[in-house]
Design a binder for this molecule. Sequence first.
Ligand SMILES: Nc1ncnc2c1ncn2[C@@H]1O[C@H](COP(=O)(O)OP(=O)(O)O)[C@@H](O)[C@H]1O
Ligand SMILES: [Mg+2]
Ligand SMILES: [Zn+2]
Length: 288
Amino acid sequence: MPEGNHHGNPNMSKEEQKARIQQEINIANNMSHIKHKIVVMSGKGGVGKSTVAANIAETFAKKGYKTGILDVDIHGPNIPKLFGKEGQVLGIEDNKILPVMSDDNVAIMSMGFLLDSQDTPIIWRGPQKTGVIRQFISDVKWGNLDVLIIDNPPGTGDEPLTVLQTIPEADAVVMVTTPNSLSQEDVLKCVTMAKKMNIKQIGLVENMAYFECPHCGEKINIFGKNQGENFAKLMDIDYLGDIPLTEEVSNAVDEDTITTVEDPKNPVSKEFKDIVEKIEDKFFKKDE
Ligand SMILES: Nc1ncnc2c1ncn2[C@@H]1O[C@H](COP(=O)(O)OP(=O)(O)O)[C@@H](O)[C@H]1O
Ligand SMILES: [Mg+2]
Ligand SMILES: [Zn+2]
């Protein structure tokens, strides 16, 4: 980790150390009001990690969970756009940043909002990514949440490392992959990282797993059948389900809602419901 362990580093001044301890307290406080934390990761970019994270969050919200989503992709923050909330100005209350609320009441925090709004100097104290991500966790007024979904940039860099170090009590990591060997190879690195960080519960979602013929509805497995399931078995992690490649999912980015799960009859909506049920069954049962 670039800046020593979570207590800071030995070169810090007394003041800095004090601030660091205060931040630790804020993080513990904030996180104690969030029942479940799910970290979404992938080996590669473009596999649909943000799409899956947003749809899972929306599905939880639709089920009545108080839901939040934290987008720690500093360089490509896509979550605001996925919820139709780009360009929102962040509010401040009690010295804390207020998350932006989606139309279905998902609390959203993303680097995207900071890049858009000028008057939030509070966040810029730490120039490093690590500092900003820790502030997303310590200085945002998340309030009481049932579940927080954390969307990462691809790979095993500073962002997921900081998330896993700052929220060691995370319920689970959900890996997103497409059904091809290169994406899977990189997921393996993420699984190794999560295991090293002592995350016991790891799930796999296979995105763009198949294509449904618009004429006859036949499922066409472009890359071969049951790839995700077999891969999950191989890695000894939980297989959560697959999502087809559809025009709707792709178009959802340009619309103002998570349209895929808006319509309960939509097959993709059903897939996400199944995935969320598996997350509840496999990962939440311990304290419910
Ligand atoms: N199941 C899907 N069907 C069609 N398009 C998809 C699907 N999942 C993701 N996409 C599209 O692929 C692109 C990359 O998705 P994104 O969620 O941003 O990936 P990541 O966060 O992994 O980089 C986006 O344009 C998204 O709309
Ligand atoms: Mg993304
Ligand atoms: Zn057909």
